[in-house]
Design a protein around this ligand. Structure first.
Ligand code: AMP
Ligand code: ZN
Length: 138
């Protein structure tokens, strides 16, 4: 077994070695309730096969993953009657990742729920174009 998998809490959840409140699962993915919700009903969706984050995921599993995430998100929206939801993944510690097994967050959102969004920064003259050039495939 990959040493990263041995002590991975989400691998243990996937194998049902530790309990979680499962919402949906199939042979590849599982959706369960986050124990520390940003809003109540916050869900996590994991691939059952260990990967550190999206950088280590490949097709065809990766494409199927998004469809599974959408299904859980729509089910959550209908069941909770929330006004919307955020879907996101933290990749690497700089982005807030603390559990190193791929997981999408699905966060129910309500009008005026008081969650503030990220700050808007400003580009200097010509800087936006420079960033686009840096990021584009060479
Ligand atoms: P991240 O910062 O993206 O790595 O998020 C990890 C998430 O996992 C956090 O929102 C935690 O609340 C959640 N979490 C940690 N342990 C468990 C657990 N045993 N069951 C459910 N959610 C968990
Ligand atoms: Zn894992």
């Amino acid at each position: 077994m990959n040493p990263n998998e041995e002590n991975c809490i989400f691998c243990k959840i996937a194998k049902k070695e530790i309990p979680s409140e499962i919402i949906n699962e199939d042979e590849l993915f599982m959706t369960f309730v986050d124990i520390k919700p940003i809003n109540k009903g916050h869900l996590l969706v994991i691939p059952k096969k260990h990967s550190r984050n999206i950088s280590e995921m490949i097709d065809p599993e990766l494409s199927k993953y998004l469809a599974f995430v959408k299904e859980s998100a729509e089910q959550m929206k209908t069941s909770l009657g929330c006004d919307g939801y955020n879907i996101g993944m933290n990749n690497e510690p700089a982005a807030g990742q603390i559990i190193f097994h791929s997981h999408f967050h699905i966060i129910p959102r309500y009008k005026d729920d008081g969650l503030t969004s990220w700050p808007d920064k400003e580009y200097e003259e010509g800087e936006l174009k420079k960033y686009a050039e840096k990021i584009r495939k060479k």
